[in-house]
Design a protein around this ligand. Sequence first.
Ligand code: 2P0
Length: 328
Amino acid sequence: MSDRKEKKVTARAHANIALAKYWGKRDETLNLPFFDSLSINLEDLYTETTAVWNEEDPRDALSINGWEVPAHKLGRIQKMLDTIRAKAGLEGMRCVLTSRNNFPVSTGLASSASGAAAAAVAAAASAGLSLTERELTQLARLASGSGARSIPSGWVRAYAGTEPDGSDCYASSLFPHQYWNLHVFAILVDTKPKRISSAEGMIACQKSPFWNAYMASAKMHADAAQNAIFQKDFSLLREVVHASTSQLHALAATASPSIFYISPKSLEIIEHIHRQSQAVPVCCTLDAGSNVIVICEDVVYPFVKNDIIAFGLPYIQTKVGGGTTIIN
Ligand code: 2P0
């Protein structure tokens, strides 16, 4: 038995929504993306995870909202924990992660991102490691590619890098969360877990005849989004957000087998927002699910909110949020 004192640490991480999306991996094992992506953290959608290392059982354990995840389904969380164990010299000890989300999981609302980020920060701190933000983004990335982007605050860019070992692949904040006062509405079109995971979807999409054309276009989106944000130019931002979203979902439809994350109801909302966006500073996006995220400028907030209410669906209203923090 080790005489190391057990240290429980709880971290809170926010979900993020990509404005320039990550889709496809140059390395499946290390979760290294083909190109850069850019996202905002969502202040009111978060995961809180408590980590503790002990010797009670040789196997790591994870529960999500009270559900004990079977050992064979730990997947890439296992890889992240193994990395922490090796760095901290905790061979023979296991990590117990207890995680809760305040929003529906596996529905394209980036619960894998907030889950990975909260687990990375809590497990590393509980293991006694003192890591830089960049190192924490690399740990979170092992569990979920988009998870790297939930570690830094506000407007975050994930850099794909080129090194085979992933040493230059990380995420960092471009602007703090207060930088631009935008409003975000997550419209809950469907809260059932999605049938095809993002990881499977990415692989299927690489069999699309349009994959190379998609890559050529999608790798420009992070620079375009960063430029739009730097200028606080909403119409430029809307252009890139709509391009990034439409191209991903069009690609998914041409994957082998075809993937349709968008439902008829999401399409109705998307068409409406696209029409509105010709006249007012509003845009919308979806990740790998049917829930629609609507983003607007402060000046049109009451008008857009009325539109959202008229859809008659549950929604979560939020703003750009901070990074992952230790809360206990
Ligand atoms: C993104 N998505 O940039 C894109 C857009 C979904 C659509 O990253 O396999 O759960 O764990 O690296 O991070 C969701 O995929 O995938 C995602 P893995 P992840 O947010």
